[in-house]
Design a binder for this molecule. Structure first.
Ligand SMILES: CSC[C@H]1O[C@H](OP(=O)(O)O)[C@H](O)[C@@H]1O
Ligand SMILES: Nc1ncnc2[nH]cnc12
Length: 251
């Protein structure tokens, strides 16, 4: 979501025609490009499996926590020559969460506030044993894309929120067949209109809220996070991170 006087750009993370697998999406390029385009608030709308009986297919869940179980992705903009440690204690933006919840309520879209998203590596779906473990861990929904997206959005000082569109019961439910792509695509199609209504309702609310700083500090996440002393910073890294971290690097 871009600043007050602009429209809301959308970015299909799997590329046009769904060419990128969850593990091969260039998440850093996506977040960097959005930051350069002036985006301040990022709503991640994602198809997810449900790990709970009371979050059935077609329901929407406003995710507020993540368990990152991905293993093979670049999950930070920072590293050798420019080290930073941001907090992920509250990985989603509470202000964005309240706005989305209000919009869903007004638009009579069934939505649940709060849920933990298990990010798996994929691209294969989970085994029954894995699905049962994630349920035992207290996770609510499962997907393959929101990590490292949420971590990178935090490093880029964006307000970030995931709306999980539940499409299936993964493979743990004794009364439901295990998940298949065709079911996900069908349920997504049935819920596309609700997702569009939600986003349309959110845009004007964001425009009203945005002139004020984020009350949860998402837009200041890098303050106090850089540990590499100015004299030891790699000029290359500083140049590369001009959009993501320019605000604090120029201080
Ligand atoms: C097409 S089924 C599996 C695919 O769906 C989800 O993607 P997204 O989060 O972009 O909606 C899931 O994480 C998998 O990547
Ligand atoms: N069951 C599932 N596991 C992982 N990603 C998903 N996306 C939609 N359903 C999913």
């Amino acid at each position: 979501m871009k600043g007050p006087s602009t429209t809301s750009p959308q970015l299909p993370r799997h590329g046009r025609g769904h060419r990128h697998s969850p593990g091969s999406i260039n998440y850093r390029a996506n977040i960097d490009a959005l930051k350069r385009a002036g985006v301040t608030d990022l709503l991640s709308v994602s198809a997810c499996g449900s790990l709970r009986e009371d979050m059935p297919p077609s329901s929407f869940v406003i995710v507020d926590q993540f368990v990152d179980h991905t293993v093979a992705r670049s999950s930070s903009f920072f590293g050798e020559g420019l080290v930073a440690h941001v907090s992920m204690a509250q990985p989603t933006c509470g202000r964005l969460g309240s706005m989305v919840y209000g919009c869903a309520d007004e638009a009579a879209i069934p939505v649940r506030r709060g849920g933990t998203y298990l990010a798996m590596e994929g691209p294969q779906f989970s085994s029954l044993a894995e699905s049962r473990i994630y349920r035992a861990w207290g996770c609510d929904v499962i997907g393959m894309t929101n990590m490292p997206e949420a971590k990178l959005a935090r490093e880029a000082e964006m307000c970030f929120l995931t709306v999980a569109m539940v499409t299936d019961f993964d493979c743990w439910h004794p009364d439901h067949a295990h998940v298949q792509v065709a079911d996900i695509v069908r349920v997504l199609g049935e819920n596309a209109e609700n997702a569009k209504r939600l986003i349309r309702a959110l845009a004007p609310r964001l425009r009203e809220a945005r002139p004020t700083p984020c009350p949860h500090g998402c837009d200041r996440a890098l303050e106090g996070a850089l540990v590499t002393s100015p004299g030891a910073r790699s000029a290359d890294m500083v140049a590369k991170l001009d959009a993501v971290a320019g605000r604090v690097l120029r201080l």
